[in-house]
Design a binder for this molecule. Structure first.
Ligand code: KPL
Length: 304
């Protein structure tokens, strides 16, 4: 199948490599250095998976590109612009977000509508992918951990089941859910607890299992959980804490995506994760001192 993967960071590259290995015709939309490296030497994966593939790669999506579906893997702050470009180049078709953060659905809808797709929610699927992946250098990604891949869509949409069968077909175990927004919130709560702390202390995820980072992260988790409750998502506290420890143990040697961004002097996703939690908390009149502090500190560290 011909597929566009829009965004060739760690996750986009890894998914692209898996799909290309199984014979899908992949077009990766990548920034210049990454595109040049992949075109020249191919895309290499090491770690849990070892493979080299040679997908097509480009910096921009050409109008009329033949692609059955689109996988969106850009950073959350680029979502709207990427969707605008996608909708300018392609007529409506299933599009799956594989991203962190709480505001991708709205940003996708804005971008796709601006480019002329009507009722974009019918084509949108969201997902939560709990894999560890690190971009080692241009064209080289490490597959550090494999976890659940959950996909879902919205009333009237059929995109998520098509993506689930695509991924199952290449050996990536995928679960379909009727309540993808709850799954997105759960992931955001975990990200809000782990990512800023690892970025501020410059440690791999496993260090968060030890004090004093453990208590700091748990305090962030509890603030995020309060906001989720105010928004109507009633997650049990002990279940979220268990999930938090499970993720830390499974990804203990991995560096969180936010820490990787800070190390590379790149903009982080703090606004889409903790910043969004802070904004929603504010809407409900809540004070979130820990979250507010890490948002300020992470912003002062990076170009976000
Ligand atoms: O999703 C992650 C990330 O690094 O963005 C994990 C590994 C779960 C850490 O929060």
């Amino acid at each position: 199948m011909r597929l566009v993967i829009y965004g060739a960071g760690a996750i986009g590259s890894l998914l692209g490599a898996f799909l290309a290995r199984s014979g899908h015709d992949i077009l990766l939309i990548a920034k210049k250095e990454q595109a040049d490296a992949i075109e020249r030497d191919g895309l290499h994966v090491d770690g849990l998976t070892n493979l080299t593939v040679h997908p097509r790669v480009a910096e921009n999506l050409r109008s009329g590109e033949r692609s059955a579906m689109v996988i969106l893997t850009v950073k959350s702050y680029d979502t709207e612009e990427a969707c605008f470009r996608i909708s300018k180049a392609l007529t409506p078709r299933p599009i799956l977000s594989v991203q962190n953060g709480l505001c991708n659905l709205e940003a996708m809808e804005r971008g796709l509508s601006k480019g002329g797709w009507s009722n974009p929610r019918l084509y949108i699927a969201l997902s939560v992918l709990s894999w560890g992946a690190t971009l080692l250098s241009h064209g080289r990604v490490r597959h550090a951990g494999t976890g659940p891949f959950i996909v879902g869509d919205f009333a009237g949409g059929r995109a998520a089941k098509r993506f689930a069968s695509l991924f199952e077909g290449v050996g990536i175990s995928t679960q379909y859910t009727h309540d993808i927004l709850s799954a997105v919130w759960r992931k955001a709560i975990i990200n809000a607890a782990i990512n800023p702390v690892t970025a501020l202390y410059k440690v791999p995820n496993g260090e968060v299992l030890t004090e004093p980072l453990r208590s700091q992260s748990l305090a962030l988790l509890h603030e995020a959980l309060e906001v989720a409750r105010a928004e109507g998502y009633r997650f049990a506290e002990h279940e979220m804490e268990e999930e938090f420890f499970r993720v830390l143990e499974k990804t203990s040697t991995n560096f969180s995506s936010m820490y990787q961004d800070v190390m590379r002097h790149k903009r982080t996703e703090i606004d889409a994760i903790s910043g969004q939690i802070l904004a929603l908390g504010g809407k409900h009149g809540m004070k979130l001192p820990r979250t507010e502090r890490v948002v300020k500190k992470v912003k002062s560290l990076s170009s976000s």
